[in-house]
Design a binder for this molecule. Structure first.
Ligand SMILES: [Zn+2]
Ligand SMILES: [Zn+2]
Length: 348
């Protein structure tokens, strides 16, 4: 395909990004498809890229680049080496681009590939009318999954991967942080058969949405002590599992202490730098199992997400924050900055 398109480009190191109307439509390789983007969602990562923090500076070596990685669209062009797809197929995109040759890739862990590239970070992404998608990263959307929902699946998958690791069936789970991923985690805990879901955040609007997603108890951690609140709700026992989406040191320590002995802690959110943890008291003596998740299992977690979307009572509606045109990125970022709840979408 030839011609120009509209898109959002990170032009140079430093704060900001540029909305352009003159970007070339990406030329795909034999191992890629071209998608016409119908909806993209804004991730915390995109906020980092816009503001150009250390994380972004360390990873983005090739500028200018179209960024944005949470997306859904239809295939409009297919590379010669890509089989199994047709023009018009509705798809989403896995962000982690595996090398297929390293130890991790060869042992069923392509999502933590040692040579991983990132769609929309190290490689061109989806805040544009068209995006090139590597064949290993194409995910077909299930029937009834709209493009808006499809654009939220990548972020949902990160949270659902955390829910998978927390093994929540029949358990009491503490979910810390009710941003878009936290809200989807609350719903996924329900769909996975958790006995009781306790959600916490510091913003009442977000806690209200957590209730809509199926939280049994919500705790305003700005007003109440989390450890005490969880003990109260569990007759003194503590939670069986905790999933942290905040990345806040305070929330992580509180989450660890809110667990019962032998409980399971899963970190989804990324702390900014190192955080102090009392390993002896809070993990070792209490035999807490601590793990993190990086992205989604390829592609078991995506299948899991599609199933959760079908489960009775689960809806992504409360998670949809607002829709903006491509040239409205700054308005969307301002809404996120204000603490507006839910996921912000860009519609080309
Ligand atoms: Zn993301
Ligand atoms: Zn690899």
């Amino acid at each position: 395909m030839r011609g120009t398109m509209r898109g959002i480009c990170k032009m140079r190191p430093g704060r900001g990004a540029e909305y352009r109307t003159d970007l070339p439509v990406p030329q795909i390789t034999e191992d890629e498809v071209l998608i016409k983007v119908h909806a993209s969602a804004i991730c915390g990562t995109d906020v980092h890229i816009y503001h150009w923090n250390e994380w972004a500076a360390n990873r983005m070596k090739t500028l200018p680049i179209v960024f944005g990685h949470e997306t859904a669209g239809e295939i409009v062009e297919i590379g010669a080496n890509v089989t199994g797809y047709q023009i018009g197929d509705r798809v989403s995109v896995e962000t982690h681009i595996p090398c297929n040759h390293c130890f991790q890739c060869e042992n069923g862990r392509r999502h933590i590939c040692e040579n991983m590239k990132l769609f929309g970070v190290t490689e061109p992404g989806a805040f544009a009318e068209y995006a090139p998608v590597p064949k290993d990263c194409i995910v077909r959307l299930g029937a009834g999954v709209t493009y808006e929902m499809g654009a939220m699946l990548e972020a949902m998958g990160a949270g659902v991967h955390g829910v998978e690791k927390a093994r929540v069936r029949g358990k009491t789970v503490l979910v810390s942080g009710c941003g878009p991923i936290g809200l989807m985690v609350v719903g996924a805990c329900r769909a996975h058969g958790a006995k009781q879901v306790i959600a916490c955040d510091i913003l009442p609007e977000k806690l209200k949405l957590a209730e809509e997603m199926g939280a049994d108890v919500t705790v305003n951690s700005g007003e109440r002590d989390i450890v005490q609140a969880v003990r109260q709700e569990t007759a003194g026992a503590g939670a069986d599992a905790a999933i942290d989406i905040t990345g806040s040191g305070r929330a992580i320590v509180a989450g660890l202490r809110a667990l019962r002995r032998g409980g399971r802690f899963v970190s989804v959110g990324l702390p900014n730098g190192e955080i102090p943890v009392n390993l002896t008291e809070d993990i070792i003596y209490r035999e807490v199992e601590y793990t993190g998740v990086s992205g989604r299992q390829m592609f078991a977690t995506w299948d899991d997400c599609m199933e959760i979307l079908q489960s009775p009572g689960f809806s992504l509606k409360p998670v949809m924050g607002g829709s903006y045109p491509l040239d409205g990125l700054e308005d969307a970022l301002a809404a996120i900055q204000r603490g507006a709840p839910g996921k912000m979408l860009l519609i080309p």
